[in-house]
Design a protein around this ligand. Structure first.
Ligand code: PMP
Length: 294
């Protein structure tokens, strides 16, 4: 019996090696679609409802009519995990405009394509939480809110890919993206926070950053720990002179930033506020009440 993972495509399950979509799918041809990245921890899909809600908001923003109800979509995720007998996984939920003739008009696509991949992901070194990571401001500006804004979790990720290429080229772990007015928007697939004088600051989503579900969890943890959090524009100077800084995201979880464009952040080691938040974050992701049981 094969132990190959299966992938859900439009109600059918295919072995990972056979899980294919048409080259005429407008998700592939034009980046026309939306997605979510979700984590399962110990048999519980963390914040699944929040991710499904965001997926439907993204779809609404690109005028894509979902072929499934939220309940059916939730069931597809849970069923795929059950079939793959996975307890800890990274879930990629993709809904593209679907198959259509050439030409970018969405009306050419009668039916969206729904894909559920349940696999694993590795985007940071194993000890990054303890050592922190290096980052840099990339030359590529975040797509503005009146373009393919990252508020929409769409299949247009070239903006982030370009920033990542820059980080790779300069030998740092991750890139930071600025918005067109020079303030900090977010990482390539992470939200960003700084700590100054014991208080947290993070950019508003009006910079074109995604409203991160991990960032929302951190916001709730900060409130519980009575750590003041201000949502405000952050300049590169504020980052360089921060006491501490960290990224948040589903794939990366919470990771301290120790260096930005070769400037050491704080002591160059994860600071006390970041460490406290990471410890509490760990407890939250282990809490079965935070998600949907598989
Ligand atoms: N910003 C962008 C552009 C992202 O793709 C992600 C990953 N979904 C995030 C921020 C972090 O959001 P979340 O915590 O919901 O994963």
């Amino acid at each position: 019996m094969s132990s190959e993972l299966v992938v859900y495509i439009d109600g059918q399950y295919y072995p990972k090696s056979q899980a294919k979509i048409s080259v005429y799918d407008h998700g592939f041809l034009y980046g026309d679609g939306v997605f979510e990245g979700i984590r399962e921890y110990n048999g519980v899909v963390f914040k699944l409802k929040e991710h499904i809600d965001r997926l439907y908001r993204s779809a609404h923003a690109i005028a894509l009519n979902m072929p499934l109800t939220k309940e059916e979509m939730t069931k597809a995720v849970v069923e795929t995990l059950q079939k793959n007998k996975m307890k800890d996984s990274y879930i990629r939920l993709v809904v593209s405009r679907g198959v259509g003739d050439l030409g970018l008009d969405p009306r050419k696509c009668p039916k969206p394509t729904v894909i559920v991949i349940t696999d694993t992901i590795s985007i940071r070194a194993g000890n990054a939480k303890e050592t922190g990571i290096t980052t840099m401001f990339s030359w590529v500006r975040r797509n503005p809110v009146d373009a393919t804004s990252h508020e929409i979790k769409s299949l247009n990720y070239l903006n982030s890919v370009l920033a990542k290429i820059e980080a790779n080229a300069w030998g740092v772990d991750e890139a930071l993206c600025l918005e067109s007015n020079g303030c900090i928007a977010e990482g390539v697939g992470e939200n960003v926070f700084i700590v100054k004088d014991g208080e947290l600051l993070t950019p508003p989503t009006s910079t074109g950053a995604l409203a991160g579900i991990t960032a929302e969890v951190v916001t709730q943890i900060a409130a519980k720990l009575h750590i003041k959090l201000t949502v405000t524009n952050l300049t590169p100077f504020m980052m360089f002179t921060a006491d501490e800084a960290f990224f948040t995201g589903t794939a990366m979880e919470m990771v301290p930033i120790r260096e930005v464009n070769k400037r050491q952040i704080g002591t160059g080691k994860p600071g006390p506020v970041t460490k406290k938040l990471i410890a509490e974050f760990q407890k939250v992701i282990e809490d079965p009440a935070q998600g949907v049981k598989v």
